[in-house]
Design a protein around this ligand. Structure first.
Ligand code: ZN
Length: 127
């Protein structure tokens, strides 16, 4: 990865997002991230999964696949909450990044703000 501080955050958001739709597992997630242009090794991704679980955003269970065991992860209630907040922050960031494109592209719908309380407050982001 280019910069772990920056891209690690984006990778975590992808992981949370996918875990909110279905159970995920390490290798599947690595392939998914590859589609998005992230080259993430197991040595990078597994600590990310463990960290998210340790923080209560994901919960895991062991599933048997043929003769092998595989650990699968699902999002928790706090994970969903964190994802909701992150989504509003990403939206805010996206708007700022692409302000000009949105202005001149006439994307009326794209300019509408989601009603998210505190998205503009100066408070530190919720952890
Ligand atoms: Zn994805």
């Amino acid at each position: 990865m280019l910069d772990k501080d920056i891209f690690g955050g984006l990778v975590r958001l992808h992981v949370l997002y996918h875990a909110s739709h279905e159970e995920i597992f390490g290798l599947g997630m690595i392939e998914e991230l590859e589609h998005h242009g992230y080259k993430v090794s197991p040595g990078t991704l597994y600590p990310v999964l463990h960290g998210l679980e340790k923080n209560g955003l994901l919960a895991s269970r062991v599933e048997q696949v043929g003769k092998r065991n595989r650990r699968v992860y699902a999002i928790t209630a706090s994970g969903r909450k964190a994802l909701r907040v992150a989504k509003s922050r990403v939206w805010e960031l996206f708007r700022e990044f692409f302000e000009e494109e949105l202005e001149f592209g006439g994307g009326g719908a794209a300019r509408k703000r989601p009603s998210v309380a505190g998205a503009r407050s100066a408070k530190a982001p919720a952890k």
